[in-house]
Design a protein around this ligand. Structure first.
Ligand SMILES: C[S@@+](CC[C@H](N)C(=O)[O-])C[C@H]1O[C@@H](n2cnc3c(N)ncnc32)[C@H](O)[C@@H]1O
Length: 115
């Protein structure tokens, strides 16, 4: 099924998804309220024991994306946004070479949702 919507407001079925994979969306969420709303969506829609992979620009990555300001994270900072219900299984940095010839440093966090 394809669902289109603002991830902080979209209606998602509870405890339905085995895996949540986000690359380069979470880092656009500028306010604590937006980030909390996003995390609530993950908490309610991913099955207990499901997996969550979130990639943002790293702490030494770009400060903007698509002309918009972004927040940058270390692996610990990104994991601490999500908190205790998420067990950090691993993290990795990636250097993404864009088609327009620039370098974007990403951090990926790979977690298991405990409840
Ligand atoms: C840089 S693109 C990343 C696209 C793709 N995930 C990738 O890795 O190439 C950022 C995407 O985040 C989406 N986005 C930003 N804020 C969003 C929100 N609140 N809800 C849903 N999507 C959002 C934008 O529409 C855009 O498609």
């Amino acid at each position: 099924m394809w669902i289109e919507g603002d991830v902080t407001r979209v209606s998602l079925a509870p405890q339905t998804y085995d895996v949540w994979h986000d690359r380069a969306v979470f880092h656009f969420l500028a306010t604590a309220d937006e980030r909390q709303a996003y995390i609530e969506k993950v908490l309610t829609s991913v099955k207990p024991g499901g997996y969550v992979i979130v990639a943002t620009f790293a702490e030494d990555g770009p400060t903007q994306c698509s002309g918009l300001p972004v927040r940058r994270y270390s692996a610990d900072e990104l994991h601490s946004e999500f908190g205790a219900p998420f067990e950090l299984l691993g993290h990795e940095k990636e250097k993404h070479h864009t088609p327009f010839g620039t370098l974007q440093k990403f951090v990926y966090c790979y977690c298991r949702k405990l409840r």
